[in-house]
Design a protein around this ligand. Structure first.
Ligand code: PGA
Ligand code: MG
Length: 222
C-alpha cells in the first residue's frame, strides 16, 4: 500500500533544463494512491498537467491561494487587489515583472503576482513591505503574495476533501515554498537541487536532483 503524495512541480517534476520530465507523467498515472500537485504556478498550469496526464485534478496552486479537488475549487485569499496594486507600484518605480506583454505567468492568477528573478529584488522587497506583502523566492520566480497563504494549508484542505489525514501524505519539493507542505505532510523529501530552507525542513534529502530525486524518494515506498 503506497501513501498519497503531494508533489511540487518546478524543480521536482521538471528537468534541469526546464519543462516537465516525461517520467513525471508516468509517475502521476501509475501511483496507486491519490497524488496532489502543489505549486506556486497559476491555477491553469497544474490543472492542465493533470488533464494531459489523464489523472484526477487534485491541485494546490498559487502557493495555496487556489485549492481544487473533487470538483471543489477554493480561493483562499480575498482576491489579488493588494498584490496587483503592489506590482503596479513596483513597475511605476522602474521595476519590470519580466514576462513580456502577454504575461502568461500572471494573466490567470487570482491571488498573487509572480515576478521574474532578474527583477530588482531590493525594490520588490521595499514595495512588498509597504503593501504588507511577502516575497517568496522559489528559485523560478519571486512571488509577491499575502503572508500566511501556504501550500501546507492547501494540503490540509485537500486532505480533508479527500477524507485523508495530511499526515498520510508524502511530500517532495525543492524550495522555500514547500516548507509548509513538509510540515503538514507525514514524511517529506527535498531533492538534491533544493534550496537551504527546503533541505533544512525536509525529513530527508535525496542524492538525485529534480525528477531523479523524486523517483528516488518514491522508490522508498515501492
Ligand atoms: O511558480 C514557481 O515559481 C515555482 O513553482 P513550484 O512551486 O511548482 O516550484
Ligand atoms: Mg519547486
Amino acid at each position: 500500500m503506497v501513501p498519497p503524495l503531494v508533489l511540487d512541480i518546478d524543480g521536482t517534476l521538471t528537468a534541469p533544463t526546464g519543462g516537465i520530465d516525461p517520467r513525471a507523467i508516468e509517475t502521476l498515472r501509475e501511483w496507486d494512491a491519490p497524488v496532489v500537485v502543489a505549486t506556486g504556478k497559476a491555477f491553469p498550469y497544474p490543472v492542465a498537467l493533470c488533464h494531459f496526464a489523464n489523472v484526477p485534478e487534485r491541485v494546490i496552486a498559487e502557493n495555496g491561494g487556489v485549492v481544487y479537488a473533487d470538483d471543489e475549487v477554493t480561493v483562499t485569499v480575498d482576491g489579488a487587489d493588494r498584490p496587483r496594486a503592489a506590482a503596479r507600484a513596483f513597475v511605476d518605480r522602474g521595476g519590470d515583472l519580466g514576462w513580456g506583454a502577454a504575461d502568461t505567468v500572471n494573466r490567470w492568477r487570482e491571488t498573487e503576482v509572480a515576478v521574474h528573478r532578474d527583477a530588482d529584488a531590493a525594490l520588490l522587497g521595499a514595495v512588498a513591505e509597504e503593501f504588507d506583502l511577502e516575497v517568496v523566492d522559489t528559485g523560478y520566480a519571486y512571488h509577491l503574495k499575502t503572508p500566511d497563504v501556504e501550500k501546507g494549508d492547501g494540503l490540509r484542505s485537500v486532505a480533508a476533501t479527500l477524507g485523508r489525514d495530511p499526515a498520510d501524505f508524502v511530500a517532495v519539493g525543492d524550495s522555500e515554498n514547500d516548507v509548509s507542505t513538509f510540515a503538514a505532510a507525514g514524511r517529506s523529501f527535498a531533492v538534491a537541487n533544493a534550496d537551504d530552507r527546503a533541505r533544512a525542513a525536509a525529513d530527508e534529502v535525496t542524492e538525485g536532483s529534480h525528477m531523479d530525486g523524486t523517483l528516488e524518494a518514491l522508490a522508498t515506498f515501492a
